[in-house]
Design a protein around this ligand. Sequence first.
Ligand SMILES: Cc1cc2nc3c(=O)[nH]c(=O)nc-3n(C[C@H](O)[C@H](O)[C@H](O)COP(=O)(O)O)c2cc1C
Length: 302
Amino acid sequence: MRIENILGIKYPLFQGAMAWISHSSLVSSVSNAGGLGILGGGSLTKEACREEIRKIKALTDKPFALNIMLMSPHSDDLAELAIEEDIKIIVTGAGNPSKYMKKWKEHGIIVIPVVASVALAKRMERLGADAIIAEGTEAGGHIGELTTMVLVPQVVDAVSIPVIAAGGIADKRGVKAAFALGAQGVQLGTRFLVAKECTIPQQYKDEIISAKDTDSTVTGRITGHPVRVLKNRMTRQIKEIENASGMSVEEKIAKIEELTMGSFRKAVVDGDTTYSSLMSGQIAGLVKKEETAEEIIKSLFE
Ligand SMILES: Cc1cc2nc3c(=O)[nH]c(=O)nc-3n(C[C@H](O)[C@H](O)[C@H](O)COP(=O)(O)O)c2cc1C
């Protein structure tokens, strides 16, 4: 069955979950426009997340999903909350959701994990995942190693459930390319950062809109948690620490952790563009203007 039919959506388009960002305003707008809005649960406590779910339900009667970031300290709580609030679709990120799968499936929840390798895609299918999001390293946020071009067709060949391509897609050409690789749908994050209904500070949106092809970089490889962000003064300092001589790896990690503490919050709450994690994909160079979620979706499919 096609992914649109499994989920009851008009377009095979997922608005990628973004912790701190994809909350009720963006999610309900995407779902109302015929895509799948995904609530980023990453930064939310159980009660804050419950509130967002209820707001979304008040703003749309269309399907939407809850994203559970498996490295969040609240993931056990959100796994329970999904059942309590009768969530129909869960998208998992940053890890392996095996320990929750049985319970979710018993409650008839559609589960769609984000993966960055064929091995994890196959494991997820065996555990009962209904579809897979294969996310390439071009994407904004936490990333794996393989590119979308390389990962998607290999995941498509390895599983028999629908595959959604994510990472580096921002226009109709990217959507067509994803379909040519065998994907049934696409997930976009970076382009939705500049949706009118996305509530991040204008300074963050302006950085995305003015970004060039080479303006993103990856921080955190040394800590084992690579994250794609736009280059700024903070990322340059991180590189200096990474390349410094006479410091142990442990010392470098400690210094980087000190420097980056709360840096994503600074971007999404304070609008700080210099000492902040401006998470963004490589495709920001193609994102040129603020538009409504509906305009973005129409530009991809019509
Ligand atoms: C600012 C930002 C925050 C993100 N946060 C999350 C998250 O909380 N959970 C998740 O599963 N993916 C997260 N992602 C990944 C997106 O959901 C999506 O897969 C990715 O952005 C697609 O690639 P693109 O940025 O090239 O469009 C984030 C991406 C961005 C840009």
